[in-house]
Design a protein around this ligand. Structure first.
Ligand code: SAM
Length: 254
């Protein structure tokens, strides 16, 4: 199996079984706008780390942020021109509120039309992307100088694995990882450098917010939040364990 097919198969192995999905009407995979907005505010207030540094180093006038969310990867850079692509209009509205002159493009990367920029950033998106090679090539095609991708070292919902086993008897996968993504990027001919940092802040500010997210992702009724908090404490899921973010960057060859 080639690397991209392996990535795709590994992502598919995270699918939630139909018999569990059928028990809920909410989308367990949806990203929370409020949480992304908080992430953006935190990154703006204290810009630091390899994603910021490497993008800043190569920055000219423009930055294209793919899967921008509320702009955590691009707003701290304060580019003269900011172009933000996201498939979720609520995320773009939030980014537009924080940076009214940003050019907002709603759509799915790489299908959507977008202009080139000096630096292309893409943070915490690739674990949503089955066709990773095609996605990375499009990032490279749109960058004049550098591509900077940030991702967690393991799948971003891995923190829930002990709770999946506890509530549903389901053992969750351990792949793909950031090393798999880096291998795909290198196989495409990109001269990839990897750097890591501890995540700058915990995922949730309170047990209640953690439980709210866990109930949605685990397809449990929100009324079970107290039970989730108790299990999370017993299993060492709460308080949250430290996470590691990986910055994967390369200079484009044009
Ligand atoms: C976890 S959030 C990260 C947001 C932001 N980059 C950050 O670091 O805070 C992932 C975002 O990527 C968007 N997204 C996921 N796949 C996408 C795709 N193929 N094209 C465009 N947006 C995508 C989602 O809508 C969501 O806003």
């Amino acid at each position: 199996m080639d690397l991209n097919a392996r990535w795709q198969a590994d992502l598919e192995s995270w699918a939630i079984p139909d018999e569990i999905l059928r028990t809920t009407t909410v989308n367990p995979w949806l990203h929370n706008v409020q949480r992304m907005s908080r992430r953006a505010a935190s990154e703006i207030s204290a810009p630091a780390g390899p994603t910021y540094d490497r993008a800043r180093q190569a920055m000219g006038e423009s930055v294209l942020d793919v899967g921008a969310g509320a702009g955590a990867a691009s707003l701290p850079l304060e580019p003269a021109e900011l172009i933000a692509v996201d498939q979720n209009p609520e995320m773009l509205a939030e980014l537009g509120r924080l940076r009214p002159d940003a050019r907002l493009i709603e759509g799915r990367w790489p299908d959507v039309e977008a202009p080139e920029a000096d630096v292309v950033v893409c943070a915490h998106v690739v674990y949503n992307v089955p066709e990773l090679a095609q996605f990375l090539v499009a990032l490279d095609d749109h960058a004049r100088k550098r591509v900077v991708v940030e991702l967690s070292d393991v799948h971003p919902t891995s923190w829930l694995n002990p709770l999946w086993e506890h509530f549903h008897g389901l053992v969750r996968p351990t792949r793909p990882t950031s090393d798999d993504a880096a291998e795909i990027a290198a196989s495409l001919g990109f001269d990839v450098t990897l750097e890591s940092r501890p995540a700058p802040e915990p995922m949730f500010p309170s047990a209640e917010e953690m439980a709210d997210s866990a109930c949605r992702r685990l397809c449990l009724d929100p009324s079970r939040a107290p039970e989730v908090i108790a299990a999370a404490e017993a299993l060492g899921v709460w308080p949250s364990r430290p996470r590691t973010f990986i910055t994967m960057w390369w200079d484009v060859r044009k």
